[in-house]
Design a protein around this ligand. Structure first.
Ligand code: AMP
Length: 278
């Protein structure tokens, strides 16, 4: 039986005497198999599983992305029920940011490049809401997807620096059969854009193939990704990156663990994906 709570107070009350360990899966809803993979791992490792569903206005730049973000509480609750979630926290914006709210968590260098550069303020918004969720839930572990690779690094940094007691667990990206990384935003792709979107993952595959064949020039690998994307219909490249896996600083030579990542627009839907090297 899945319990739904909507306020900070109710959440604390319900969590006061649940069995531990508690596993938290923070989401923005419109749940798909990527989210379910996190919930399943949490279920396997926790006595109590909490899923939060909150489309966090503070992490959105473009208001059309926020207002157009797909939402269906009934659909999400059915997914949570089926996955054996104990508690779903569905707060309003005012419940998370009550009147007078005036604190922001700012993460440093790791939040600077890539998504941080493309979406100013995004990671402050993410770090702030995740800090609130960690504090409210007091989870032993929280589960995040490697699809949002920089987000995982930002949250790990924050948890370490602020001595937050929640362990951050990252799990692999779940993909559609054609390679497209599952994302709630995929629901907003037009039919033509959905057909074109697997090119994002093919670009990563192309760079990985070049790397496997011995290429170590980061610029050559970026070019391999761009070459695949240039020819694709509807795809507008935001960035392609070959970066140090730990710092996310761009590399010249891939002589250490690296992260291939990219952001591509299809109309007003912006998709991101990544793969590690090697
Ligand atoms: P979101 O609802 O998009 O904010 O995502 C909530 C959590 O699910 C984040 O930790 C995401 O990284 C993770 N997630 C989203 N898509 C996927 C996916 N395709 N595979 C694995 N995890 C994912």
């Amino acid at each position: 039986m899945t319990v739904v709570v909507r306020t900070r107070a109710d959440l604390r009350a319900v969590l006061a005497d649940v069995p531990r360990p508690v596993g938290l899966v923070p989401t923005m809803g419109w749940l798909h198999d990527g989210h379910t993979s996190l919930i399943e791992r949490a279920r396997a490792e926790s006595a109590t599983v909490v899923v939060s569903i909150f489309v966090n206005p503070r992490q959105f730049g473009e208001s059309t992305d926020f207002t157009g973000y797909p939402r269906s509480e009934a659909r999400d609750l059915a997914v949570c029920e089926a996955a054996g979630v104990d508690l779903v926290f569905v707060p309003s914006v005012d419940e998370i940011y009550p009147p007078g709210f005036d604190t922001t968590v700012t993460v440093g260098a790791i939040a600077g490049p890539l998504e941080g550069a493309a979406r100013p303020g995004h990671f402050q918004g993410v770090a702030t809401v995740v800090a609130i969720l960690f504090a409210l839930v007091g989870a032993d572990r929280a589960y995040f997807g490697a699809k949002d690779a920089q987000q995982v690094r930002v949250i790990r940094r924050m948890a370490l620096d602020l001595a937050l007691p929640t362990e951050v667990v990252a799990l692999p990206t779940v993909r559609e059969a054609d390679g497209l990384a599952m994302s709630s935003r995929n629901a907003r792709l037009s039919t033509d854009a959905r057909a074109a979107a697997p090119v994002v993952h093919r670009a990563l595959d192309a760079a990985r193939a070049r790397y496997a064949a011995g290429e170590r020039s980061a610029e050559a690998l970026r070019a391999a990704m761009r070459d695949v994307l240039v020819g694709a219909s509807l795809a507008e490249v935001d960035y392609v990156s070959v970066a140090d896996d730990a710092t996310l600083d761009e590399l010249d030579v891939v002589d250490r663990p690296a992260l291939l990542s990219l952001a591509v627009r299809f109309g007003d839907v912006r998709l991101i994906d990544n793969e590690p090297l090697p």
